[in-house]
Design a binder for this molecule. Structure first.
Ligand code: GZL
Length: 369
């Protein structure tokens, strides 16, 4: 029986708002695999009488850090979903982009005997040992956002298909350059935090198109998903590749903000019909405002508001339902100009997909996170 903190006030758990297994909203789709074992594990936790007693469900959340606008939106989403009035006692740890700190946080959650553990893994490997410890302790683990690639000892994952984000960006650049009559593409990439599944997927997806098209990627360095990182890498690029590049790919908006500052200081223009085509990922509000102004040519959304999906999974487990092993966010691709209406590419599942491009309006940028 898991220890639960009796609520200071009568709490109404979210069972009624629970999403049935396989249910998908307009920003998510689930795969067919499900995980019954975890539901049984949770039933063993005595969840049947918890709701009756109004106990809070204790959730330990080991968050990547606070490196970007995306991360802030992600943290706010999880904290809102796992609030006390929603029936939770959320133990939140900002792991400051440090993997050792993150593993330590998970071990502390085990010692604290929380009911559930939520992890946004800074890097995708090095997880099997501590996930085995969670399994041995009978604590279900839910992974959000980035993926864990060296262990499947978790109940469910909610996040994005990063490879498709990279494939979409490369496909858009191919079609955009053709439409603009630009035949020679010399590309600089500012990658996200090395070893994160977001960095791996966006890098590999974009490179697949680049290799197929014979593009030259002059350099690809780690900007750590931060504005400072993007600025420092771009300052170095402006010196090393002065006059030799006409495309910059930043693997998140905060890196793009830093890269813009560096290019401006170096006298390099960027955006629609400028020296450099600027591509970004995340599509946060500030990023889309730059797309709307034409400073960023295209911004590939990565949807951060995953807290409600994660809480729905907890509620499904609390009620003994089976849960989908994976829930994918569905994400629009934003562009500054309406010269292309859609892109068609073979996605990471081997399916040929055609996806609309969204020309950013004030409504779209202000509606973003
Ligand atoms: C992607 C997420 C990445 C964002 C960055 O899902 O993990 O980390 O793209 C964030 O903005 O820092």
């Amino acid at each position: 029986m898991k220890k639960r903190i009796v609520a200071g006030m009568l709490v109404s758990l979210m069972a009624a708002s629970m999403v049935a297994c396989g249910g998908a909203s307009d920003t998510a789709s689930t795969d067919t695999t499900s995980d019954t074992a975890a539901a049984e594990t949770t039933e063993d936790a005595g969840s049947d009488d918890a709701a009756a007693s109004g106990d809070l469900i204790t959730v330990g959340f080991a968050q990547v850090g606070h490196e970007s606008d995306w991360r802030t939106a992600s943290t706010n989403s999880v904290q809102a979903a796992f609030s006390e009035e929603n029936g939770y006692d959320l133990q939140f740890v900002d792991c400051d982009n440090d993997s050792a700190t993150q593993i330590e946080a998970v071990r502390q959650f085990i010692q604290d005997d929380v009911d559930y553990i939520v992890i946004d893994p800074i890097v995708s490997t090095g997880w099997d040992t501590v996930l085995t410890e969670c399994e041995d302790a009978g604590i279900p683990v839910i992974v959000i956002d980035r993926t864990i690639d060296d262990s499947d000892k978790y109940v469910s994952w909610v996040g994005s298909e990063f490879m498709n984000e990279g494939l979409a960006a490369g496909t858009w650049l191919k079609d955009y350059a053709a439409a603009k009559g630009i035949s020679d593409l010399n590309i600089l990439v500012i990658e996200g935090s090395n070893g994160s599944s977001a960095q791996i997927g966006r890098t590999d997806g974009f490179k697949k198109i680049a290799d197929a098209e014979g593009w030259t990627i002059l350099d690809s360095q780690d900007g750590d998903f931060t504005q400072d990182g993007g600025q420092q890498v771009m300052e170095s690029y402006c010196k090393s590749y002065e006059g030799k590049f006409n495309v910059v790919v930043c693997q998140n908006d905060n890196e793009a903000f830093g890269a813009m500052d560096a290019m401006k200081a170096a006298g390099v223009s960027y955006g629609v019909d400028k020296d450099v085509i600027l591509i970004s990922f995340d599509a946060c509000k500030a990023g889309l405002e730059y797309v709307e102004s034409g400073d960023i040519n295209a911004d590939f959304m990565c949807y951060p508001l995953q807290g409600e999906y994660c809480a729905d999974i907890v509620q499904q487990l609390e009620s003994g339902a089976t849960v989908a092993k994976q829930t994918f966010m569905t994400e629009p691709w934003y562009v500054a100009e309406d010269i292309l209406s859609s892109i068609t590419y073979t996605n990471n599942a081997g399916e040929e997909v055609t996806e609309d491009l969204v020309v950013v309006t004030d409504a779209a940028s202000q509606a973003s996170y």
